[in-house]
Design a protein around this ligand. Structure first.
Ligand code: ZN
Length: 343
């Protein structure tokens, strides 16, 4: 395993022939078997592009799901997708049209078998697969049934666990849960969010990960970040709880954020996926900038635990910019190996 492995947080832009571009909830372009074929083609295209860029860990780029939360929910019984309602999410940071939980939750069947098995069949690199975390799901649906966020989170965690065990059987090496909500409801994250994650990873022997970010580079998130002040200390409450958990890897924002880098030291014993690529800017990082960020993180993270990653997913970006950023990520990690690899 190379020093400073490289990976992305998960999502990558969908090609224009698959879905609308530049959107978080894009409409698909095709239907039926044509759409399925287009999803497969886009998945293969991105696996090849990630390999060519030089990434050590590759993923499906979330090409087969419309959105990182709703892609999972579409296979859950007990959810009314036909009647979505408008709800403020992430503590009312922005409005989204969300489906409603109306009955006990149950999986209809496999959720991501198609793209996970396809990806596994076409790459020998480490394969990472992302799922939404229970707490973030709870924050992205309207509850008309459970009446209790923790109880509903645990119900979702059971379903996530079923799918995660199946993904592990498909040959996935790393299963990552995306929990941007941990940075919004810090006390809840420490009180029960991590416990719900633990339920979701029960029985897994593959590598497990959690991604905690300040959101995609959309305007509502950029505006929100401007209200967070000079120092972003949101990670401070949940990192110590994660350090005591069974989760193997933690993905965090670093480059261009106001996160004090010393907070990474709270993750002692974990692999830390350090965000060295900004997803809120189309300016492509130079390998030197990437290596500098890795150098900063090395003051707080042992080098054998440092993975170079993107701050968040790249879904709403242009393909050309995303591709250039993947290349910068791999080249920057290579430069860091030269700079920090010895002694
Ligand atoms: Zn993210």
């Amino acid at each position: 395993m190379p020093l400073f492995e490289t990976a992305t947080a998960g999502s990558l832009p969908k090609p224009g022939w698959l879905a609308e571009t530049g959107k978080l909830w894009p409409e698909w372009k095709g239907t039926g078997s044509d759409l399925l074929q287009a999803k497969a083609d886009a998945t293969l295209l991105w696996i090849k592009a990630q390999e060519d860029a030089g990434l050590d860990v590759v993923g499906d780029g979330e090409q087969a799901r419309q959105h990182f939360v709703h892609g999972f929910l579409e296979q859950v019984e007990g959810i009314d997708f036909a009647n979505k309602v408008k709800m403020g999410i992430r503590n009312n940071r922005y409005d989204a049209m969300v489906p409603q939980v109306v009955a006990p939750l149950r999986l209809k069947g496999r959720v991501h078998a198609f793209e996970a098995q396809l990806a596994r069949a076409h790459t020998r690199r480490k394969l990472k697969f992302t799922l939404p975390g229970p707490m973030t799901i709870v924050d992205t649906v309207a509850d008309r049934f459970y009446g209790d966020r923790v109880q509903m989170a645990m119900a979702f965690a059971e379903l996530l666990n079923q799918e995660a065990l199946a993904l592990q059987a498909d040959g996935v090496d790393i299963i990552q849960f995306d929990e941007p909500a941990f940075n919004v409801y810090m006390k809840d994250a420490a009180d029960w969010g991590v416990a719900a994650l633990e339920r979701a990873v029960q029985g897994l022997h593959c590598t497990t990960a959690v991604h905690i970010c300040y959101g995609y580079g959309i305007q509502a998130n950029v505006d929100w970040k401007h209200t967070l002040g000079e120092e972003w200390r949101q990670y401070e409450q949940v990192f110590p709880v994660l350090a005591r958990s069974s989760i193997g890897q933690v993905s965090l924002e670093c480059y261009h954020s106001h996160v004090p880098p010393e907070l990474m030291a709270l993750l002692r014993g974990k692999d830390v996926m350090v965000g060295v690529i900004d997803v809120a800017s189309d300016v492509v990082e130079t390998p030197e900038q990437v290596a500098d960020t890795i150098g900063t993180a090395l003051r707080y993270v042992p080098r054998e635990h440092l993975i170079a990653c993107t701050n968040c997913g790249l879904a709403p970006m242009s393909r050309a910019v995303a591709l250039a950023k993947l290349e910068a990520l791999a080249q920057g990690a290579a430069l860091a190996r030269q700079r920090f690899g010895q002694g």
